[in-house]
Design a protein around this ligand. Structure first.
Ligand SMILES: O=C(O)CCC(=O)C(=O)O
Length: 247
């Protein structure tokens, strides 16, 4: 089966060694400089910490492609070509994110469908997630519900989890657990999932290992975005997070 066949059937596909050692080293070097030099100056709504008083608890950076030429080129490069192959149409790169679950502190990622956040009609988009660390069940690997992209959008509700403000409210049905697949990954391995595929991750319960990854989001050219609703939600969320001191 081709990666596209697997993606169409399961709603996700793993691509081992998507980036080689040299590519990873370049990404790691640029990311380390970006975190040290640029992150302190980013808008608060683009940078999340488990504890904002502790710089080493950095958990998410949003819109890396807008803040760095290197990451802008990365979003437009090899992952974009794979996104077009998997989605079967031309795509637009929408976001490049950094995710971490710091040792012992990194919270669980609640079960969700990315499309709920994206507000698209039709929901024709995908996310790619590339590991930067060794990721396994202990430090919170991504888990997909196989085939869930074929069953439409599930109801979501507000969470208090910074960076994942919406979760599926009726998750945990027998089918969810029976069809859930844990996806451990090595640095450079990539997972791609459809925007309707249900996924989640456990907390990082290791005390020494971080759990870092890059996330790439692409929308199919055929989809229509509800810009007004999206912007209004993001603005309301940022306001709430500021008022409650989370960012
Ligand atoms: O890193 C994670 O735990 C979740 C990432 C995610 O939800 C996504 O890339 O869509």
């Amino acid at each position: 089966m081709t990666p596209k066949d697997l993606f169409d059937e399961d709603g996700f596909v793993a691509v081992p060694r998507f980036c080689d050692e040299g590519e990873l080293q370049t990404i790691e070097g640029t990311l380390a400089r970006f975190i040290a030099e640029d992150v302190p100056g980013l808008p608060a709504e683009h940078v999340f910490y488990e504890d904002k008083a502790e710089a080493n608890t950095l958990k998410q950076i949003q819109r890396l492609h807008e803040h760095s030429g290197f990451f802008g080129e990365l979003l437009a490069g090899k992952p974009k070509r794979l996104a077009e192959e998997l989605l079967g149409e031309a795509v637009v790169g929408k976001n490049l994110q950094y995710f971490n679950k710091p040792p012992a502190l990194g919270q669980a990622t609640p079960p969700h469908q990315d499309g709920y956040y994206f507000m698209l009609e039709p929901c024709q988009a995908l996310t790619m997630w590339m590991a930067l660390d060794v990721v396994d069940e202990e430090n919170g690997c991504v888990r997909y519900v196989r085939g869930s992209h074929q069953a439409g959008m599930r109801p979501h509700g507000r969470t208090e989890i910074l960076g994942f403000s919406q979760a599926i409210i009726d998750f945990g049905q027998a089918e969810d657990s029976e069809k859930e697949v844990a996806c451990p990954a090595q640095p450079g391995d990539l997972l791609a999932h459809h925007a309707l595929t249900i996924h989640r991750a456990d907390a990082n319960i290791s005390t020494t290992r971080s759990r870092r990854a890059l996330g790439f989001i692409y929308y199919g050219k055929s989809t229509r975005e509800d810009f007004a609703a999206y912007e209004a939600y993001q603005a309301k969320l940022a306001n709430e997070l500021k008022l409650t001191g989370k960012i």
